[in-house]
Ligand binder design. Structure first.
Ligand SMILES: *Cc1c(COP(=O)(O)O)cnc(C)c1O
Length: 392
């Protein structure tokens, strides 16, 4: 495959001023990450700081009802409550090896900002977070977390005052401060080398799960299921199974309310290829190529693009992508909590919802591995409000 591409997807569609820091990052990815000392450092951080390996949990109660074996990869038990920390500690360590002193990130709901600020604090780096002014208002607890962790949070007042405006500001800041600043991108999206870098850092999920399941059941799962926002937790669990052709890979996108005319985030199911944030991939756009707004009840899935490797996996047929609506995710949120004692993130609840739905058509006796990308404490307000709305 062409460098920086997954089939015809990926690439580096950026203004000229961003080419030097991206080239510097690519060089560091190729030179520093394979080094023994880097690998030893990351293994120690995973074990002592993140709490890896995260367990694979067998859902005994649900499996009895469903007639197949449901396993969860417990990324909700990773430090800060989701898989995002795997990416940020990896990029923070790489940044330090590159001699950078500051981590820069954008954040929407604040989860990636918190994970970045956490990694920066642990490795003694400064941290600068751009966040839409509207999101700063809506997510004040996460702003407090980031500030407590030592980050500076910059409220972006332009445009819709949300994630995409924060991304634009962060890129502007990076151009001006590339000498000492690493841009810690939050998902397997953006220009080369980010989709590759983030995949490498998140693949620890799939490597562990593959080994854990083999040891426990003596075989590989029939299906591996994960929710897809930008696609980092999904590519992280998929990648180590890609060459196991008998293992079906299923990515779950957010269908929003499902009413016609309403917004959703089903980029692969309902979008088509174009360029967004430096990469060629599927995206939600008008026939004229204008970006469409996205929506999901799960804040982490609310993104109108998707990582280029998922576009390739879809195109080549190696992975399938399905849509789950808000109300199904809410139902799975309640079900997993009540039946198994695990409150899932609303993002992860999309993956659970599909696996337990009739349309998944899972054969009795199968083994299904779902990536539980995060925990749901952060979503209790959204859940309660949705409950009240259906009652009224
Ligand atoms: C951010 C987030 C996601 C979506 O991001 P991906 O890059 O698609 O993994 C999914 N689950 C949780 C818990 C998240 O915080």
């Amino acid at each position: 495959m062409k460098k920086g591409y997954f089939g015809s997807f990926g690439g580096m569609f950026v203004p000229e001023l961003l080419v030097p820091p991206l080239a510097e990052l690519e060089e560091a990815v190729n030179r520093i990450m394979p080094e023994k000392s880097f690998q030893e450092d990351i293994a120690r951080i995973h074990k002592d700081f993140v709490g890896r390996p995260t367990p694979v949990y067998y859902c005994g109660n649900l499996s009895r009802e469903l007639g197949f074996d449901l396993f969860l990869k417990r990324e909700d038990l990773a430090h800060t409550g989701a898989h995002k920390i795997n990416n940020t500690v990896g990029q923070a360590l790489l940044a330090r090896h590159m001699g950078k002193t500051c981590l820069l990130a954008e954040t929407g709901a604040g989860q990636h900002g918190v994970a970045t600020a956490t990694a920066a604090a642990m490795l003694g780096l400064e941290c600068m977070i751009f966040m839409g002014a509207l999101d700063v208002e809506r997510q004040s607890i996460n702003v407090q977390r980031m500030e407590l962790l030592g980050a500076r949070v910059e409220a972006v007042k332009s445009g819709t005052r949300t994630l995409k405006d924060a991304i634009n500001e962060a890129l502007r800041y990076w151009i001006a401060h590339q000498q000492d600043t690493h841009y810690c991108l939050g998902s397997a999206v953006g220009p080369h080398p980010f989709p590759l870098l983030v995949r490498e850092l998140q693949s620890v999920i799939g490597r562990e799960a593959r080994e854990q399941l083999l040891e426990r059941t003596g075989r590989l799962p029939d299906k591996v299921v994960a929710c897809v926002g930008g696609g980092s937790n999904a590519i992280g669990i998929f990648h180590p199974f890609v060459n196991d052709l008998k293992v079906q890979l299923v990515g779950i996108e957010a269908g929003g309310s499902g009413r016609t005319g309403d917004n959703h985030s089903a980029t692969l199911a309902k979008g088509w290829p174009g360029v967004l944030h430096g990469t060629h991939s599927f995206l939600l756009q008008t026939p004229e190529g204008q970006l469409l707004p996205s929506h999901s009840i799960a804040p982490g899935l609310d993104y109108p693009g998707v990582g280029p490797e998922h576009s390739y996996l879809k195109d080549s047929g190696r992975a399938g992508y399905e849509v789950v609506h808000d109300h199904e995710a809410l139902e799975a949120f309640r079900l997993l909590s009540g039946k198994e004692g695990i409150i899932p993130a609303l993002e992860s609840a999309h993956a659970v919802a599909w696996a337990i739905s009739d349309r998944a058509g899972i054969e009795p006796g199968s083994q299904v591995l779902v990536n539980l990308s995060g925990r749901g404490d952060k979503d209790l307000n959204i859940f309660r409000k949705a409950e009240q709305d259906t009652e009224n």
